[in-house]
Design a protein around this ligand. Structure first.
Ligand SMILES: Cc1cc2nc3c(=O)[nH]c(=O)nc-3n(C[C@H](O)[C@H](O)[C@H](O)COP(=O)(O)OP(=O)(O)OC[C@H]3O[C@@H](n4cnc5c(N)ncnc54)[C@H](O)[C@@H]3O)c2cc1C
Length: 380
């Protein structure tokens, strides 16, 4: 595999790095503390083309590949994983889903505004009783001829209150099981749609996570994505790509924590020398560096598979599983290397440690990734 980056990819990586350093870094601790959604920064990311990176330029996107997207995700996540999760949901779940499976009318109406960052979107699959087991949808979309009537509750929805457009998965025909599920485009101002309070989270506290309630919401049939019954497949296909974005987020958190630990270990002295000169610390850094590079290769591989039109279910799941485990492990060790300073907010690593945890949970837990991987390797 040749992962030599093109001029364009290097430029995008640098642009994301500059934006993270110059715009995201100042205020990241305060936003985390106050659980503040960075509306102004999201607007700027839209202007820079980060909100619709893989979308065709004719729909307002940047027309780039998945590898460019993961390069940007890594850089943004080194500094602010709350900002990067918004980027990830908007890019790989909402925009990709609409561009790949939406009608021309849906693309003109919604995708163009989502891809340019004028508005942001949310992807609504999880429910109080349907997380890993996403087939157990309790939300219903009853077919009423030219429209559906939507009822139910969605949980843990990223961009929940800030979004304008929601891709909602719901059961239309229970007898058909997961073949009776549909994906509907719901607008924020539709009657009967309510948003619950913001979740008070361990990490990615700047991101906007809410439950959503639908009470007899009338959704026009032209807002259905794909044929009748395509909703579950839509969700699974979309999440398969989404995982590559979250894998890149995990990689960024790991790399960010490592870079801080490396710098600190060369500055902090104990027993008359920089702590990096103690072999135990140097070996921790060696392990971190090695695992991050291995995770990076898995993430790039999955992105290249997607760009080449290969099946990326397995490579995406492996990338997410491994990168998220490395993110957690690396962030914990980065706190350890910082000693007491690692335990306070000013040094950033405690936030990265809290942020790392979510990458093992959303868009399929680590256990679910192992199910995907084992099924894939055992099927032949
Ligand atoms: C901050 C945050 C943001 C999120 N954003 C979104 C979003 O934008 N849209 C959305 O739809 N969802 C979102 N989610 C939901 C997320 O995807 C789910 O929380 C996740 O899929 C796990 O589902 P669950 O919480 O119901 O856990 P459960 O499914 O109840 O799992 C509990 C535990 O059991 C394990 N488990 C479950 N089934 C199996 C099995 N068959 N074999 C082995 N172990 C198993 C799990 O791995 C986990 O450890 C978000 C969640 C959080 C916390």
């Amino acid at each position: 595999m040749d992962f030599t980056l093109s001029e364009e990819q290097l430029m995008i990586q640098q642009a994301a790095k500059d934006f993270a350093q110059n715009e995201l870094l100042s205020g990241v601790i305060e936003r985390d503390d106050a659980q503040k959604f960075p509306s102004e920064l999201v607007r700027k990311m839209g202007e820079l083309g980060f909100m619709g990176m893989m979308v065709d330029e004719k729909y307002g996107g940047s027309g780039l590949g998945t590898l460019s997207y993961v390069l940007a995700m890594e850089e943004l996540s080194k500094i602010d994983a709350s900002a990067s999760v918004m980027v990830s949901v908007n890019n790989s779940l909402v925009c990709w889903g609409l561009e790949t499976y939406g009608t021309e009318e849906q693309k003109q109406k919604y995708l163009t505004r989502l891809a340019s960052g004028e508005i942001i979107g949310a992807f609504c699959l999880s429910e109080p009783e349907a997380g890993s087991d996403a087939t157990s949808q309790k939300t219903t979309a009853i077919d009423k001829g030219d429209h559906y009537i939507l009822n139910g509750t969605k949980n843990w929805i990223t961009n929940g209150n800030q979004a304008e457009v929601y891709l909602v998965i719901a059961q239309t025909d229970r007898e058909k099981g997961h073949h009776g599920i549909n994906a509907l485009i719901v607008e924020k101002n539709m009657e009967g749609f309510d948003i619950g309070p913001k979740e008070n989270k361990l990490g990615i506290r700047g991101s906007d996570t809410h439950s959503l309630m639908f009470n007899d919401v009338k959704v026009p049939k032209k807002n259905r994505i794909g044929d009748d019954g395509f909703g579950f497949k839509f969700a699974m296909k979309t999440l398969a790509g989404g995982r590559i974005g979250i894998a890149a987020q995990a990689l960024g958190i790991a790399a960010g924590a490592y870079e801080l630990a490396l710098k600190y270990s060369k500055e902090r002295k104990a027993f008359g020398t920089e702590i990096a000169n103690h072999q135990v610390i140097a070996f921790k850094l060696a392990d971190m560096h090695t695992k991050i590079q291995a995770a990076r290769h898995l993430v790039y591989q999955a992105a290249c598979d997607k760009d080449a039109g290969n099946d990326y279910t397995l490579s995406g799941a492996m990338a997410k599983l491994y990168a998220s485990e490395v993110a957690m492990e690396t962030a914990v060790e980065a706190v350890q290397i910082h000693g007491g300073n690692g335990y306070v907010k000013d040094y950033h690593v405690e936030r990265l440690m809290r942020d790392a945890k979510i990458t093992q949970i959303y868009e399929g837990t680590s256990e679910i990734q192992k199910i995907v991987i084992s099924r894939s390797i055992l099927k032949d």
